[in-house]
Design a protein around this ligand. Structure first.
Ligand code: FAD
Ligand code: NA7
Length: 492
């Protein structure tokens, strides 16, 4: 298909991450001529990476690999209880440099496959920082300080975000973020993780599992936006594993000590009590900022909302031929599959005649904390707010994973909860699970919830024994009943 009218391309995608790449490839598959720009600015520490965006390079993938490394350390010790003869168990320790090398090798291979895939699929990849010159013209600032100007009929902004730094002395000089952690050239040592969102909890969790002392500093609540009962269970399970939480605390400054470590001064915002401690690494996990600043959005007349881009239900900005997808859009979940799905659907609407819009409801997600948490649908407090306490039934139960018995792992925080309507067949509004392989457990249930799952159907589903996922089919106790939700038996 020839480019529409006088433009160089049918579509320019700014940002070659999860959403941008999916959109670009799908647009080509639907006959469009497409250019995709991607550029990574180095972190204050100088870390940079290749094509593919946050997920592949500094997000989901390295995070999951380090989480796995941490779980394997646990498994080695458990294996001994199962009869594996492990000589000198106490000497088992991680090799950070080797772990980083393995993780980075995998990332490089994904970067390579991504480049080849773009070439095969005939997406023109431009390694340049894009900004608007006018509503149909994008300039790419290339590595060698030259510029390339291109035009398109339609433009998709998929630039994602980057970690924020707090505005305190020493933050930029001495702190790192998730952008640096997965390629850090030295073992992190004793680490302070500032921020109790899911990135903070995940990083603190795998660092501790790898043998590095980690502490979580919490400004207000843990896992804002998630079901708070579940959030507190996750936090408690981390404390049980030896990860302290400094509650209601904010950092004041970071200084370098004479021996090259980091002195962090902080204050409790309730008591005003000041404190300090010395760490080897300070990790800021205080949220992410949308990358709107470099785009020169004014030249295209695009409106910004709290450093994100506001779009309608069709991901269209206030400028009708310009769209935005993924982490850069305001008020949507910041998740890779969300960006990919929205990108593909948008490309099909723009070039394939489709009318299907993205459904952002009931998106399942997992917090890869040491004991994982996954959920789909509503938090209990949100359901109560929307429907009223009298109209909601909450089914819950603690459970004991079979495989935890022999190594005598704590089952204290293994817990499932279903939030449902109270009347009729009791439509399920939210499912919550804390335990092993949480994402694997919830993914299938997410399809069921999207299909209108009711408690009647769930409780009439025969479980797979012995699994932890089957606990959802055994949920007989409601919170309203006041009955004890701890399990009495395993197999009857
Ligand atoms: P990105 O993937 O961020 O891609 C945007 C790209 O555009 C980047 O390469 C950027 O450098 C580039 N760019 C920016 N500005 C310009 C410009 N002006 N010109 C050219 N290029 C530009 N999600 C999950 O679903 N599961 C997880 O387990 C998970 N774990 C995560 C763990 C961490 C530590 C982090 C940080 C994120 C995690 N996420 C996870 C979130 C996930 O990574 C993002 O939701 C996803 O990457 C968003 O995709 P995107 O396409 O919107 O943006
Ligand atoms: P989140 O989920 O936005 O969490 C940020 C956390 O950092 C949260 O606990 C905040 O506390 C805390 N925070 C924010 N600002 C500060 C300052 N200045 N000082 C101390 N603590 C602070 O961000 P994440 O990085 O975990 O994840 C962002 C998204 O990326 C997430 O949705 C993933 O999908 C990928 P608060 O609750 O605001 O008091």
């Amino acid at each position: 298909m020839a480019p529409i009218n006088e433009y160089d391309y049918d579509l320019i995608v700014i940002g070659g991450g999860s959403g941008g790449l999916a959109c670009a490839k799908e647009a080509v598959a639907n006959g469009a001529k497409v250019a995709c720009l991607d550029f990574v600015k180095p972190t204050p520490l100088g870390t940079k990476w290749g094509i593919g965006g946050t997920c592949v390079n500094v997000g989901c993938i390295p995070k999951k690999l380090m989480h796995q490394a941490s779980l394997l350390g646990e498994s080695v010790h458990e294996a001994a209880a199962y009869g594996w003869e492990i000589p000198n168990k106490e000497a088992i320790k991680p090799d950070w440099e080797k772990l980083v090398q393995s993780v980075q090798n995998h990332i490089k291979s994904v970067n390579w496959v991504t480049r080849v895939d773009l070439r095969d699929k005939k997406v023109e990849y431009i390694n340049g920082l894009g900004f608007f010159k006018d509503p149909h013209t994008v300039v790419a600032k290339l590595k060698n300080n030259t510029e390339r100007t291109i035009t398109a009929s339609k433009i998709v902004i998929a630039v994602g975000g980057r970690p924020r730094y707090p505005d305190i002395p020493g933050a930029l000089e001495y702190g790192i973020t998730s952008d640096d952690l997965f390629s850090l050239d030295r073992a992190p040592g004793k680490t302070l993780v500032v921020g109790a969102g899911y990135i903070g909890l995940e990083c603190a969790g795998f660092l501790k599992g790898l043998g590095y002392e980690s502490t979580v500093m919490v400004r207000s609540i843990v896992l804002r936006g998630f079901d708070q009962q579940m959030a507190n269970i996750v936090a408690d399970s981390m404390v049980e594993r030896g990860i302290p939480f400094l509650h209601k605390t904010i950092p004041k400054s970071v200084e370098k000590t004479e021996d090259g470590r980091l002195l962090v001064k902080y204050v409790n915002t309730e008591t005003q009590e000041e404190g300090s401690d010395v760490y080897d690494t300070v990790l800021w996990a205080i949220g992410r900022k949308g990358l709107v600043d470099d785009l020169n959005l004014d030249a295209a007349g695009i409106q910004v909302k709290a450093d994100k881009i506001a779009v309608n239900e069709a991901e269209q900005t206030n400028v009708p031929h310009i769209y935005a997808i993924g982490d850069i859009i305001h008020g949507r979940p910041e998740l890779t599959p969300v960006a990919i799905h929205a990108g593909r659907l948008l490309a099909r609407r723009l070039f394939g005649g489709s009318k299907q819009i993205m459904d952002y409801t009931d998106v399942a997600t997992t917090v890869f904390s040491p004991l994982e948490y996954a959920c789909v649908g509503m938090a209990e407090e949100d359901a109560i707010k929307k429907y009223g306490e009298d109209n909601i039934e909450v089914f819950h139960g603690f459970y004991k994973p079979t495989e935890f018995f022999i190594p005598q792992k704590s089952v204290r925080y293994c817990y499932v909860k279903a939030v449902a309507e109270r009347s009729g067949d009791q439509k399920v509004l939210g499912l919550h699970y804390v335990g092993p392989v949480a994402g694997e457990v919830i993914q299938g249930f997410a399809a069921a919830v999207k299909s209108g799952l009711t408690m009647k159907i769930l409780l009439n589903t025969v479980g797979i024994h012995p699994t932890t996922a089957e606990e959802f089919t055994r949920l007989s106790i409601t919170k309203r009943s006041g009955m004890d939700p701890t399990p009495a038996s395993c197999c009857s």
